[in-house]
Design a protein around this ligand. Sequence first.
Ligand code: TRP
Length: 330
Amino acid sequence: MDKKIIFSGIQPTGNLTLGNYLGAINNWKKMQDEYKCNYCIVDLHALTIRHDPEVLRKNIINLLALYIAAGLDPEKSNIFIQSHVKAHSELAWILNCYTYTGELSRMTQFKDKSAKHADNINSGLYTYPVLMAADILLYQTDLVPVGEDQRQHVELTRDIAERFNNIYGQTFKIPESYIQGAAARVMGLQNPNSKMSKSSTIPNDYILLNDEPDVILSKFKKSVTDSENVVRYDVENKAGISNLISIYSAITTKSKEEIEKEFDGKGYGEFKVAVAECVIDELKPIQAKYKELLNNRDYLESIYKDGAEKAKRVANKTLEDVYKKVGLVL
Ligand code: TRP
C-alpha cells in the first residue's frame, strides 16, 4: 500500500519555543517512516507581517538547520523552502478565484492578527489561508499535522478543494487535519491557560529552543503552580502542574499515571527540577547539532536545493492539471 502523504510547515519568524518542538517538529520526526512527509519552511507566509529582510533571510536558514538538528531527515522526508517552488504562489492566485471573501472574513486567525497588527491589515494577511491551501493541495496531501489553531484553515482548504473538484472533476485530494494529542500542547509557564508563545510579554513564560541550561532551569523553577503541593494531573484546577506533567510525559514518554506515581510524596521543587533536566537533556544534542549545521552552509544549501527539485516535480504536475482545467493555454 502506498504511504499516506503528509504536508506541514512553520513560518520562519524567529526563535522557536519548546511548544513548537514538542507540539510540531518532534511529532513530525516520528511520522517519517510511516508516511511520505513534506516539511516546508513557509517563508512567503512570513511576509504578511512587517519584517527586516536580513533577519528573515537568516531565520529561513536557521529554521532549516533546526528542522534537521531536531531530527527531520532529508533522506526520508522532503524538506524545502516554500518560495523556491513557485507553484505555491501560482496555485494560490488561482485558488483565490475559488474562495469567497465571506469565508476569509470568518477566519479567527485573521481576526486575531488584524487586531494585533491594526496598522498593517494587508491583503496577504487576508488571503493567507489560500496560500496555505495551495501548499497542501499541490502535494495531494492526505494528512496535515497542525495545532488546534490551524484546524479552521485546513477545513477551508477542504472546502476549496471540494468546490474545485465539483466544477472541474477530480483534481485535488481532500486533506484532513491531524491534530496532535493534548500531551503535545505546551502552555505558558507563567500563564498555563494559554499556549506557549514567543510573543508572550510575560517574562519567563516560554522556553526557547536555544536557551542555555541555567536559563531553562531558572524558568521552570519560577513556573506557576498551585498550593496543593501534589503532583497530580488536573487541567481545570492545576493548570500549571498539569502543563509540567505534559511536558515531562512528551519527553520521557511516561504516562501521566506513571509520573504521578514517580513523584508521589515529593514536592513541586523536586518535580520542577526533574522537568527542567529532561528538557535540558532533550535539547542539548539538538542545540549542538544546530550550531554545527549553521557552520556548514554548503550542506544546508544542498538540502534545500535538492528539496526544491523534488517538490517541484510533484507540485508542477498538480499545477499543470489545474491550468488545463481552468482553460489556460499550455
Ligand atoms: N499557517 C500555519 C501556522 O501558522 C503555517 C502553514 C503554512 C502551514 N502553510 C501550511 C501548516 C501548510 C500546515 C500546512 O502554523
